[in-house]
Write a protein that binds this ligand. Structure first.
Ligand SMILES: [Ca+2]
Length: 252
């Protein structure tokens, strides 16, 4: 019996030895199938929506990074209509200044819209343009306890970006309008020159009232500064082509 057992054990051992290559192949095949399944799964709609196309902006890390200028605590109030980026940019700015009488809600946004005179494209009168003009923005700010300095730049020498950077270093928000969305008001709150002389890699941080495209609805959008600079004009809503509208906002 002992011999038989030993023989059986030997036989089993031999069998295992013979099966090992087969098992190895099965493991490899299983791994391949798992990879293949994962690859197939990545193309399903559910997993595609989880793909990371954009990195989240971290204001804490940005504030401590060298070569940056930043106004912490100013994020874009999210506009509740398709035309109220101007009032939403104003609300974002006055909330940053903790001005009394303003809440981060649609009622306050619409109150500002009415006071500013922002035009809904659905109810335009003949000859009117939708949205909000720079003089309307500055007039409202001046009436509500703020100094608003309205400036333009069409020299193309980056001087408007230098103005924005000087404002950031002084903690002054700059409300700007660019051709994004065919004409869009945002607030500039950050700049990073990446520690290089070449401006082509510079980064601008926007407090954006229409933060719907970067998978992180945190009120911040990040854009290459030169790309922004050459898209920093209005062609539709101000009655004439207008380059690099800047409104610097401080408390009175
Ligand atoms: Ca965002």
């Amino acid at each position: 019996m002992e011999t038989t057992k030993a023989q059986n054990c030997d036989k089993d051992t031999d069998g295992l030895k013979h099966r090992l290559p087969t098992l190895g192949l099965m493991v490899l095949l299983g791994a391949f199938l798992l990879c293949a399944c994962a690859g197939t799964g990545a193309s399903t709609p559910n997993q595609t929506t989880q793909a990371e196309y954009f990195t989240a902006f971290d204001p804490v890390i940005f504030a401590t990074r060298p070569h940056t200028e930043f106004i912490p605590g100013l994020t874009g109030f999210q506009q509740t209509t398709e035309y109220s980026c101007g009032p939403a940019a104003l609300l974002s700015t006055v909330l940053y200044y903790k001005a009394p009488g303003f809440k981060a809600d649609a009622e306050t946004e619409m109150r500002i819209s009415s006071e500013v005179g922002t035009r809904d494209p659905a109810t335009l009168k003949p000859g009117e343009k939708p949205g909000t003009t720079p003089p309307e923005i500055t007039t409202w700010l001046e009436k509500n306890g703020f100094n608003a300095v309205e400036e333009y730049e069409k020299k193309g020498d980056n001087s408007a970006l230098e103005k924005i950077r000087a404002n950031l270093r002084a903690g002054i928000p700059t409300i700007v309008e660019w051709i994004d969305l065919a004409g869009h008001w945002v607030v500039v709150v950050g700049y990073d020159d990446r520690g290089t002389i070449n401006p082509d890699d510079d980064i601008l941080v926007l407090a954006d009232p229409y933060d719907r495209y970067d998978d992180h609805p945190d009120g911040y959008n990040v854009v290459n500064a030169q790309r922004f600079y050459w898209m920093w004009f209005d062609a539709r809503y101000f009655g004439k082509e207008t380059w690099r509208t800047m409104i610097s906002v401080t408390r009175k």
